[in-house]
Design a protein around this ligand. Structure first.
Ligand SMILES: [Cu+2]
Length: 296
């Protein structure tokens, strides 16, 4: 009596020539449906938010990258579930699947698609970086400088807080970062002691705060809102507590805040300042480690 050969290759279900076509059709349909849905509905949820032109630009970049990657995820999903459903063994017997042979068309297609994707993303990322610095600190000599007048704020990191100095408000110092809405802001980020990193999350800007370095970054604020400021560089024991909220406010609110802070600052400044002759630090764009007092 003839017995079944345990090493026999199982015949592929259906017409094996159609598997590739079916996968491609399912993939194209799923991608055509999923990509716009992802771009429209998921894109708006992507960090860092829309408090500045820079952060809006980053949301756009992230949305575009997500849209580009959606067909890739769709292909993986279709391939996985098609394979799972079509080639799943039901007999329970462990047998080898049909032999796989190379297909030059698939290999060429794979190389072309992946190369195109990678080169596109590299080109796109480089373009966006050169266009506006993408919200990063640009060092003391920035290359992507927006035109027009800019509202200047100096950000000084120290263990373990940020101090904000407003040259246009008579050198006012505050531990609150208030910025006027719809304004080009030029931030000068530096440190008194160790390396910190100034990260205004919803504004989409981040710059290292290094002693001895005036790290310039630009941000164009949008409408009023609250944003988070964090130190993003491990800077010592209380690094985890080096955070605060900042505010973008309209011009009336900003002026009210500024005049209130100026009065407060005028009242406490005599107690903060020590003359240079007594070892006090003069106003500077940068500082070096171990000054014997706070900035200002
Ligand atoms: Cu820090």
């Amino acid at each position: 009596m003839a017995t079944a050969d345990p090493n026999a290759v199982a015949a592929p279900p259906g017409d094996s020539r159609n598997h590739g076509q079916r996968v491609v059709v399912a993939w194209l349909v799923l991608s055509a449906v999923a990509t716009p849905l992802v771009a429209v509905f998921v894109g708006r949820l992507i960090p860092p938010g829309n408090h500045s032109e820079q952060s809006t630009g980053q949301v756009f970049d992230n949305t575009l990258m997500l849209a580009v990657i959606t067909p890739v995820i769709c292909l993986l999903a279709v391939f996985f579930f098609y394979g799972l459903r079509t080639f799943r063994t039901t007999s329970g017997a462990l047998v080898d699947g049909p032999p796989l042979r190379n297909d030059a068309r698939i290999q060429v297609l794979w190389i072309v698609i992946t190369s195109t994707l990678v080169l596109f993303l590299a080109g796109f990322g480089t373009f966006e970086l050169l266009q506006n610095g993408s919200g990063g600190g640009q060092g003391p000599n920035p290359i992507a400088v927006p035109g027009g007048s800019k509202f200047q704020v100096q950000v000084i990191g120290q263990q373990w807080q940020f101090t904000y100095r407003y040259p246009s408000l008579g050198g006012l110092e505050s531990n609150q970062l208030y910025l006027p809405a719809d304004t080009d802001v030029e931030l000068h980020v530096t440190s008194l002691d160790v390396i910190h990193s100034f990260w205004a999350y919803e504004l989409g800007v981040k710059a290292d705060a290094n002693p001895g370095v005036d790290n310039v970054l630009f941000v164009r604020t949008k409408g009023p809102g609250v944003f988070h400021v964090r130190c993003a560089e491990l800077c010592g024991l209380w690094h985890g507590y080096m955070f605060n909220n900042g505010r973008v406010v309209d011009s009336g609110q900003f002026d009210a805040w500024a005049s209130k802070q100026q009065k407060l600052y005028a009242a406490i400044k005599p107690f903060m300042d020590r003359p240079e002759s007594d070892g006090g630090a003069p106003y500077s764009k940068t500082y070096f480690p171990a000054p014997d007092r706070r900035a200002g």
